[in-house]
Design a protein around this ligand. Sequence first.
Ligand code: CP3
Length: 343
Amino acid sequence: MNPADSMFIRACRRRPVEHIPVWYMRQAGRSLPEYRAVREGVPMLTACATPDLVVEITMQPVRRYGVDAAIFFSDIVVPLKAIGVDLDIKPGVGPVVARPIRTEDDVKTLRALQPDDVPYVTESVRLLVKELGEVPLIGFAGAPFTLASYLIEGGPSKNHDRTKAMMYGRPDLWHALMARLADITLAYLRLQAEAGASALQLFDSWVGAVAPEDYRAFVLPHTSRIFAGLADLDVPRIHFGVGTGELLGLLAEAGADVIGVDWRVPLDRAAERVGPGKALQGNLDPAVLLAPWEVVESRARAVVERGRAAEGHVFNLGHGVLPSTDPDQLARLTDLIHQIPVR
Ligand code: CP3
């Protein structure tokens, strides 16, 4: 079987499936002892630039859980590092930028991304596609708003205040920055698909911080351009953010094939908000996995029931796997989802 005929790709395309496909955001990572073992002493960005490690870490959850898709092991800041932004990923913190982007001159330092800037990404994707066989590989990138937040704030932020200060106070500068980030993101997603990735996910993790009218004015033009720029590739496009309940209709408008939903909005309501022609991905609260199995099972069954309102459903969590998650819970959950009849 070809990855293009897998249950995951079929669900993304709203075609009939024999079982509900499942994968987990952050399925590779600190919750796995085999991940912690291979990462011992290796900085995150070094791991991302080492194809053998990328392949091993990406494969770990596929072997352990039998999930329906692999997600490329990398990080959203990898293309920024590759064009020369001085940044690092600090354990337990996240991306930290040495000189935040706040002026016109700063924005001009963000040059276009060429495939030669990330040879290790192309090589890792190629190796993975061979290794995965019929299991599809999901390539990904960070969306302009989420990348802009890290670049402007200089690191993780709760309220994104400096980000919004630029958005409201310097719309010209904001749009110039967002346009450059959209170019980088589009180039980065395209090269992953051209190297063989079967689907692409755009992570706009922190965009739930903005109101709908501001999304329309300050974010939508840029995300729309990214999805339009991928339309000629024969790969489903997934769009995900956290806290996007009021934005779901606008995310759908941006043009993806699949809308990722966090745990705050029941999937049947999300289906109404995104409208026809979209598949949904989600949306078990990752914290449910910290409860006893009986709770996980009933909550997961409820997600599947509501997911029947969608034209296609890819089971996932509402955000990434928490590091304290017991991998055995994810193994049982994967088996459960695979056993539930599709009707
Ligand atoms: O399994 C997977 O999902 C693939 C790997 C993946 C990572 N980062 C690995 C990682 C993916 C898809 C990402 C994307 C990413 N990175 C996002 C979007 C997805 C999301 O979770 O919303 C964001 C916002 C980032 C930025 C970032 N990088 C954060 C918030 C962190 C965690 C900081 C921490 O230590 O708690 C990182 C680092 C990071 N990226 C880790 C992993 C496995 C942890 C670092 C480590 O293991 O040393």
